[in-house]
Structures are given as structure tokens and as C-alpha cells.
Design a protein around this ligand. Structure first.
Ligand code: NAD
Length: 488
């Protein structure tokens, strides 16, 4: 009977300003308990078709509004999300497994800031103009929104990464059809409830929930969606590239990383150790920018390792809603098994696991016994060719290896297919500058990590992606440029 089954949260698609039920649903799990708690629409072609149609219908009106009008609406939306920050943070933590502290201090504040940032930056763009006096001509460029933007986002930073796409897309005057990850759809659905109050006209933001294979692919293949902004894995990016090729779509691809930390013997370890712990284990290591290869100069290697492991052991794993917990649950059972599998492979190859998985015991609260938890894990003496040093693990696992020279470490840091982010630790400014120049990485943080100015380009080299996002970069991606020549 109904009385026995727990009430499930049931999401609906948001199309043309209305919540609409779907004919079939997918189960969504609470990663910290292993229980199904939510049902997500299993949308396909039909739902995507309706959403694209709504976005197309809304485009003429939205695109003809002034940047200031759009800016005011984005600011209002930011205020409304901020007003409900705690409810959003609770929902993100429950849906994703991340700690409530991380959701409160990183995810939701950043989602708010994404709207505020693009509400402001859209007011400050200027276009180019050149003069050819000898032939009596001036040239200028004009930028216009492209049309219906398809936005596809992953499960690790759900609302944070979705709004990082929605905000610039609509600030530029496009209308959107967004497809969040089927594993983390709740906060996007909550945001939809605020759109009308913020003054976002019906059809400007449509959200279709469902799997990548069904809903995502229908969006990528839709002929009326000329651009796709995607954040996720390289495998999916390959598929999206193939499927969109017949339409020659404009693509922005933000993919994975295998990010090195390079620690020289003159580094300030009192800063470096806590920051490298965060860069390895924050959000359960489920951030594309997380460090997973730590290169330490030989003279300080054993001291570093001892201190690093001692600190890693202090990270508390447990119920994500407990504000004293540092590490929450991983996204799914499958992902947890995959991450643990890497630790087993490392051991089989003769590497040493210094703490965490398979070494220390994990005590969980009664309610969390079936959750997808693992301890922060540090692996040493692992070969550069090992899959643990080459593939993105995307969990709380980091490898520590020794190096001797600057030249050697640059070559080893660059010897992976990815090129997203790197950190360099040294008090020698000349060295920091030299190494940063030579690293194949879209972002290099020296003596810090994850300090972002949204004005500047974000994105990866090599297999980490195509294109950049940021104030100017996102503006260019989400607009079409035209060069106009006027002769007197
Ligand atoms: P994923 O590629 O499995 O899924 C990402 C999104 O794509 C989801 O919404 C999914 O449903 C959708 N999708 C899957 N198959 C699709 C298809 N055939 N067509 C259209 N859409 C499809 O990635 P994930 O596991 O959700 O996220 C983890 C990955 O994302 C990691 O590799 C991580 O490094 C990367 N990531 C990159 C950045 C960045 O900014 N560079 C940020 C966060 C995460």
C-alpha cells in the first residue's frame, strides 16, 4: 500500500514555461544511502522536439531584448537562487553525495555568481571597428545570438556547471534546451521553479531530463540546434562530435583531466600540503581539475609523503549532511567499483597503497552502510605507464612519485593524453614561470589551486577539450559575428 512505500520525489520536464510529466521515468539514487529516492523523466526525441520548438518560438522576442533587460532578469534569478541557497545546497548534497559544506560554500554560491557574473559582463562587451581612409571605408563587427543552444552537463558539479552554460547562453540572447545528468537532476528542476518569478519568458530556458543515449543524443542530432556546449567525458565527446558532424554544429567540449602537481624542493610545504590535499580529495576527487599525479622533487619526497599521508588520514568520511564530514559519497555504485578497481590494479602492479582503500578500515554511520563511500587513498611507487598515472580516475585517489630535474618533470607531466590543469609549487619565480610556459595545460596554478577569475579563459588542451569558456570566450561561442563594411 501507499502507506508503506516512502514518497518519492518525481521530477517533470520544463518546456515552454510549464512542468510536463513524462511517459517513463528513471530511478535516481541517494548515493549516501544507496536508496532510490527520486524519479527522473526518461525523455527522448518527442520531449526534445517539444523543447526545441518552444525555444525556437521564444527566440525572436528574447534575442531582441536589450542586454540591460536580460541582465536585470539574470540578476533577479541570481537573487532568487541565493534566497533559497540552503534548500539548494541540501538538495545538491542529497542528490550527488557531496558534503553539505561543499554544496553550501562552493556549488550553490557559484551557481548564483554565474548568473551575476554574466549579467554584468554582457553589458561591457565592445566590438571592433577599423578604418580604411584611403578607400573611404570603415569596417565594424556586429555580434548576434546564434539561436537555440543545446547544453549538456555532468553529475559532479550539477547546478554549478549547468548555470555556467545557461547564464552566458541566455545573456547573449539565445534560448536554450538543457539536459542535466540523469544522476543529478534535482537542482536544475528546482531552478526551473524560479524562472517565471525572475521574469524569464516562457520557452527561453527549457530543461529536458533523461539519459545521454536517449535525451542527450536527440538534442545533439536535432537540426534546429546549431550549437552544443558539453561538459563531460572524452568518450561522450567523441560520440557527440560524430553525431553532430552531419550538421556541422558549433561545439564547445570541456572534458576530463589527469592533472599533475609539481612540487619543487623550495616549495612552502605548509601551504602546499593542505592545498594539495584539497586538490586531490575535494568533492571526493570528483572535479575535472583535481590533482591525481603528484611529482615531488627527490630531496623532499619522503618528508612530503609522510606529512601528506598523515594529513590524508585525518579527512573524515561519512554522512554528507554532517557538517564535520570532509568526504561524502561517490556518485554511484558502478563509479565506486571503478575507482576501487584502479587501486587494486596499482597494487597488482607492485605499487604501494599508503593509506585508504584496502589499508585502513572505514567506519560508517548506521544509516550509511549501503552508501558509496571510500577513504582518501594515496598510492606511491607507481610507474608513469600505469593506468593509474594515465587515466582519469575521478575519485579520492592520488599518486605520488619522485622526480629529479625540472626538464624531466615537465616531460613526465606532459606525457598523458589530457591537458586540463596543473599546479606548480616553488618559491623561485623564474622557475615557476618557465615551467608554467612549458606545461601542456589549459590552466596552470602556481602556489595555489582553483583560484578562478571568470573573466579569463577556462578549458583544456589535447584530450581535455575544444574551446574555452569565460567572459569573452563564452560571449564569442554563444554569438555569431558579422563583419560589415561601409563606404562613404
Ligand atoms: P558523461 O560524459 O558520462 O556525461 C556527461 C553528460 O553527457 C550527461 O548529461 C550525460 O547524460 C550526457 N551524455 C552521455 N552520453 C551522451 C550522448 N551519447 N549524447 C549526448 N549526451 C550524452 O560524463 P560524466 O560521467 O557525467 O562526468 C564526468 C566527466 O566530466 C569526467 O571526465 C570529468 O573530468 C568531466 N568534467 C569536465 C569538466 C571541465 O570543465 N573540463 C568539468 C566537470 C567534469
Amino acid at each position: 500500500t501507499m502507506a508503506h512505500s516512502k514518497a518519492l520525489l518525481v521530477l517533470e520536464n520544463f518546456i515552454a514555461g510549464k512542468f510536463v510529466p513524462c511517459s517513463s521515468y528513471i530511478d535516481s539514487y541517494n548515493p549516501s544511502t544507496g536508496e532510490v529516492y527520486c524519479r527522473v523523466p526518461d525523455s527522448g526525441k518527442e520531449e526534445v522536439e517539444a523543447a526545441v520548438k518552444a525555444a525556437k518560438t521564444a527566440f525572436p522576442i528574447w534575442s531582441s531584448k536589450s542586454p540591460l533587460e536580460r541582465s536585470q532578469i539574470l540578476n533577479k534569478l541570481a537573487d532568487l537562487i541565493e534566497h533559497d541557497l540552503e534548500a539548494f545546497a541540501q538538495a545538491e548534497s542529497k542528490d550527488q553525495g557531496k558534503t553539505i559544506t561543499f554544496a553550501r560554500t562552493v556549488d550553490i554560491p557559484r551557481a548564483v555568481y554565474n548568473f551575476r557574473f554574466f549579467a554584468s559582463s554582457i553589458l561591457h562587451h565592445t566590438t571592433e571597428c577599423t578604418e580604411m581612409a584611403t578607400v573611404g571605408c570603415v569596417h565594424y563587427t556586429s555580434r548576434t545570438p546564434v539561436g537555440v543552444a543545446g547544453l549538456i552537463s555532468p553529475w559532479n558539479l550539477p547546478l554549478y556547471l549547468l548555470t555556467w552554460k545557461i547564464a552566458p547562453a541566455i545573456a547573449c540572447g539565445n534560448t536554450v534546451v538543457a539536459k542535466p545528468s540523469e544522476m543529478t537532476s534535482v537542482t536544475a528542476w528546482m531552478m526551473c521553479k524560479l524562472l517565471e518569478k525572475a521574469g524569464v519568458p516562457h520557452g527561453v530556458v527549457n530543461v529536458v531530463f533523461g539519459t545521454g543515449a536517449k535525451a542527450g543524443e536527440a538534442l545533439v542530432c536535432h537540426p534546429d540546434v546549431p550549437l552544443i556546449s558539453f561538459t563531460g567525458s572524452m568518450l561522450t565527446a567523441q560520440r557527440i562530435t560524430e553525431k553532430s558532424a552531419p550538421h556541422c554544429k558549433r561545439l564547445s567540449l570541456e572534458l576530463g583531466g589527469k592533472n599533475p602537481a609539481i612540487i619543487f624542493d623550495d616549495a612552502d610545504l605548509s601551504q602546499c600540503i593542505p592545498t594539495t590535499l584539497r586538490s586531490s580529495f575535494a568533492n571526493q576527487g570528483e572535479i575535472c581539475l583535481c590533482t591525481s599525479r603528484i611529482f615531488v622533487q627527490r630531496g623532499i619526497y619522503s618528508d612530503f609523503l609522510k606529512r601528506f599521508v598523515a594529513e590524508a588520514k585525518k579527512w573524515k568520511v561519512g554522512n554528507p549532511s554532517d557538517p564535520t564530514v570532509d568526504v561524502g559519497a561517490l556518485i554511484s555504485k558502478e563509479h565506486l567499483e571503478k575507482v576501487k578497481g584502479y587501486v587494486k590494479k596499482a597494487q597488482a602492479e607492485g605499487a604501494r597503497v599508503l593509506c585508504g582503500e584496502g589499508v585502513d578500515s572505514l567506519a560508517l554511520p548506521t544509516g550509511n552502510q549501503k552508501g558509496y563511500f571510500m577513504l582518501p587513498t594515496v598510492i606511491a611507487e607507481v610507474k608513469d605507464e600505469s593506468c593509474c598515472m594515465q587515466e582519469e580516475i575521478f575519485g579520492p585517489v592520488t599518486c605520488v612519485v619522485a622526480f629529479d630535474t625540472e626538464e624531466e618533470v615537465i616531460e613526465r607531466a606532459n606525457s598523458v593524453k589530457y591537458g586540463l590543469a596543473a599546479t606548480v609549487w616553488s618559491s623561485n619565480v623564474g622557475r615557476v614561470h618557465r615551467v608554467a610556459q612549458k606545461l601542456q595545460s589549459g590552466l596552470v596554478w602556481t602556489n595555489c589551486w582553483l583560484v578562478r577569475d571568470l573573466n579569463l579563459p577556462f578549458g583544456g588542451m589535447k584530450a581535455s577539450g575544444i574551446g574555452r569558456e569565460g567572459a569573452k570566450d563564452s560571449y564569442e561561442f554563444f554569438t555569431e559575428v558579422k563583419t560589415i563594411t561601409i563606404k562613404h
